[in-house]
Design a protein around this ligand. Structure first.
Ligand code: FAD
Length: 316
C-alpha cells in the first residue's frame, strides 16, 4: 500500500523508521535483528537507504594503480522485498540519481514493480566520497526532480524502452525536504522553490532531514504551505547517540543543535550519558510533534534500533 494511503487511513500519528543495508558480507539476519524490536509499535512502512559506489585504488603488478568501484552496502531492493515478505509491512526503497543512467533507473523501477513495491523515496544522492561536487552519470539525472519526472512518466505508461508493451507503474513518490535548508541551496527560499518543483513533478509527500529544534520544522511547514506545497510532510528524527555525534551530525548533515540540547550534551562525560540525553530529547521532540498533529514520525536508526525503541515506547 502507498505511504499516502497509510496516512489517509491513519487515526493518529504513524510510526516509521529507516534502516541501512548491512555492510557487504553480513547476512539479512542483521536487518531482521534491527527490525524485530520495532514491530510492537506497528510501523506501516520501513525505509531502506541506497548507497552508491565508492572508488578504491589497487596497485597492479606493473605498479600502475587501478580504479575499482565497490559498493559497501548493496542490496536495497532485495532487502525491501524480504522485509515485505517477512513482516507484512510496506517497504520504501530509496532511489538515487547518482551512479544511475536513465535506463538503469527504469530497470530498477521495473524490478520494484515486479516485486509489488508501491513506494519510492526519490533522491539525488550525495557526491561520492572522493569528489567534492555531485556528478551525475553522463546519461543520468542531475537533480531529484528529473528522477521524479521519470517515475511519473512511468506511472503514466511512458517508458524509455518501448520495444514491448508495459503496464503503467503505480508508485507513490516521496521527496526529501530540509527544514534547515539543503547545504548547497543559496537560501531557504530557493530550496523551497525546487522542493515545489519536485511536488509539481509528482512527489506526493515529503520526508525531512533530521532536525533537533521543532520550531524549525514548524517554520518549514508554514513556509511550504505559504508556497502552496500542500502534500503531507513527515518529520525525520535522529536520537543523538555518542560524543562523536556532537560534532559529526552538524558537520555531516548541516544542521544545528539547539542551545538547550547543547547545554545538556556539554555535561556528558561518556557515550552512555549522551545516549540517555538523546532518548530524552527524542521523547520530548516526538511528544510535541504528535501534539502538533504530524501524520507520521520517521526515525533514522542508522543501524541502531535500541534508542528508537526507547522513544517509541513512550510515544506509540
Ligand atoms: P535535490 O532535490 O536534487 O536538491 C539538491 C540541491 O539542488 C538543493 O540544494 C536544491 O535546492 C538544488 N536544486 C534542486 N533542483 C534544482 C534545479 N532544478 N536547479 C538548480 N538547483 C536545484 N542519500 C543517499 O545517497 N542515499 C539515501 O538513501 C538517502 N536518503 C535520504 C533520505 C532523506 C529523508 C533525506 C532528507 C536525505 C537522504 N539522502 C540520501 C541524502 C540526499 O541524497 C542528499 O541530501 C542530497 O545532497 C540531496 O538530495 P535531494 O533529493 O534533496 O536533491
Amino acid at each position: 500500500m502507498k505511504v499516502t494511503q497509510h496516512i489517509k487511513e491513519a487515526k493518529e500519528t504513524l510510526f516509521s523508521f529507516e534502516i541501512l543495508p548491512p555492510l557487504k558480507g553480513k547476512s539479512i539476519q542483521s536487518i531482521f535483528d534491527g527490525i524485530d524490536p520495532m514491530m510492537e509499535f506497528k510501523p506501516k512502512f520501513v525505509n531502506v537507504t541506497y548507497h552508491r559506489e565508492e572508488y578504491i585504488y589497487k596497485e597492479r603488478e606493473n605498479g600502475l594503480l587501478e580504479k575499482i568501484a565497490i559498493r559497501k552496502r548493496p542490496g536495497t531492493v532485495g532487502i525491501c522485498a524480504a522485509i515485505m515478505n517477512k513482516y507484512d509491512v510496506d517497504a520504501v526503497p530509496h532511489l538515487i540519481c547518482g551512479g544511475f543512467s536513465k535506463e538503469e533507473t527504469e530497470n530498477a523501477l521495473i524490478d520494484l514493480q515486479f516485486l509489488g513495491i508501491d513506494n519510492v523515496l526519490a533522491l539525488r544522492g550525495d557526491s561520492i566520497k572522493t569528489e567534492s561536487v555531485f556528478r551525475p552519470d553522463p546519461n543520468g539525472h542531475q537533480y531529484a526532480v528529473e528522477l521524479i519526472r521519470q517515475i511519473t512518466d512511468m506511472n503514466e505508461g511512458h517508458y524509455m524502452l518501448d520495444d514491448v508493451d508495459l503496464e503503467p507503474t503505480n508508485f507513490c513518490i516521496g521527496a526529501a525536504g530540509y527544514p534547515e535548508k539543503h547545504f548547497e541551496a543559496m537560501n531557504l527560499s530557493t530550496d523551497l522553490h525546487y522542493l515545489k518543483a519536485k511536488v509539481e513533478a509528482g512527489a506526493e509527500y515529503i520526508t525531512t532531514q533530521m532536525f533537533f529544534d521543532n520550531q524549525k520544522f514548524y517554520d518549514f511547514v508554514d513556509a511550504c504551505r505559504a508556497m502552496d506545497i500542500n502534500v503531507p510532510i513527515i518529520p525525520g528524527l535522529k536520537p543523538i547517540k555518542s560524543l562523536n555525534h556532537i560534532s559529526f551530525l552538524p558537520k555531516f548533515f548541516h544542521i544545528d543543535l539547539p542551545e538547550a540540547l547543547s547545554k545538556e550534551l556539554m555535561k556528558c562525560k561518556d557515550n552512555k550519558s549522551v545516549e540517555q540525553v538523546g532518548i530524552e530529547w527524542g521523547i520530548q521532540q516526538s511528544k510535541e510533534l504528535k501534539e502538533y498533529g504530524v501524520p507520521c514520525i520517521h526515525y533514522y536508526t542508522m543501524s541502531n534500533s535500541s534508542q528508537v525503541k526507547s522513544i517509541a515506547k513512550e510515544i506509540f
